[in-house]
Design a protein around this ligand. Structure first.
Ligand code: SAH
Length: 253
């Protein structure tokens, strides 16, 4: 895909994205993310979606649209900063090939944003690091490890926002993300249109983890596909002993 092809596809879908997503510099970085994904996919087998339309819509625009919704809700300012002006620390759990974290980093201001992408698979983490370098994005780092193990160490309760896209059903996902969020911060799950159906099974564990009542924001991609964000505020500290070992999380006991 040439940059011209990318910008035509992207501009056709970018009208509803925040201003900072539409400047030339950000678009160059997003283009590099697409190019690296296709290039590294041959080596690392990162994604099933490699056609230009699919990459732009299902990876780039799909990752960025939530930022517009978070700005609408006042969780972020229109410039994609925290309203209090503090450094925005964001962790993307199960980032895979870097979604949504790489597109986030491409459009969020470097002076006020620090992003950490974590994934259990080392080759995916390597892809994220390589892509960030190629795109000239300095405020994203990537770390290999399992979320339930990383969340017991120095990363615990130290992020303003914890996100996860397409990682697990909600009751599992909250346990993999909530321990990373600081009290007063947010857990944001990027889900398909049927996310609301997963909320009852996650209710009890979300409360135990210190999360407030969830808010579901449903929206559609420019193509018409349905999506939903599930947004939780972290209200209390996550008790020791959580997250549990993965087998226990999965079994739900
Ligand atoms: N967020 C990306 C990848 C989704 S695939 C996207 O939307 O494109 C799910 C990813 O979660 C995989 O890369 C897998 O390695 C990772 N993952 C699943 N469980 C995990 C865990 N417990 N800790 C860390 N990573 C995990």
């Amino acid at each position: 895909m040439t940059y011209e092809q990318f910008s035509t596809l992207y501009n056709a879908q970018a009208a509803c994205l925040p201003e900072s997503c539409r400047c030339e510099d950000a678009m160059m970085r997003l283009y590099t993310i697409c190019e690296k994904l296709v290039e590294n996919n041959r080596k690392y087998n990162l994604t099933a979606i490699t056609d230009p339309e699919g990459v732009v819509e299902k990876h780039i625009v799909d990752s960025l649209l939530p930022l517009a919704l978070l700005a609408d809700k006042g969780i972020l300012t229109p410039e994609l900063r925290l309203p209090e002006g503090k450094m925005l620390r964001l962790i993307d759990v199960g980032a895979g090939a870097g979604f949504p974290s790489l597109p986030f980093a491409a459009v969020m201001p470097g002076e006020t944003t620090r992003i950490l992408a974590v994934d259990a698979t080392a080759k995916k983490v390597r892809h994220i690091t390589e892509t960030a370098q190629a795109a000239g994005i300095g405020h994203i780092a990537a770390e290999a490890g399992r979320a339930e193990e990383l969340a017991t160490g120095r990363l615990r309760e130290s992020f303003s926002i914890a996100t996860a896209r397409a990682v697990a059903e909600l009751r599992i996902l909250v346990e993999l993300t909530a321990p990373f969020a600081a009290v007063g911060g947010w857990v944001i799950a990027l889900k398909g249109s049927r996310a609301a159906e997963e909320i009852p099974a996650a209710e009890k564990i979300a409360k135990v983890l210190g999360l407030g009542a969830p808010e579901v924001v449903e929206y559609t991609l420019p193509s018409g596909d349905g999506r939903a964000l599930v947004i939780y505020k972290k209200e209390r500290k996550t008790p020791e002993g959580y997250p549990r070992a993965y087998a226990k999380i999965k079994a739900g006991v």
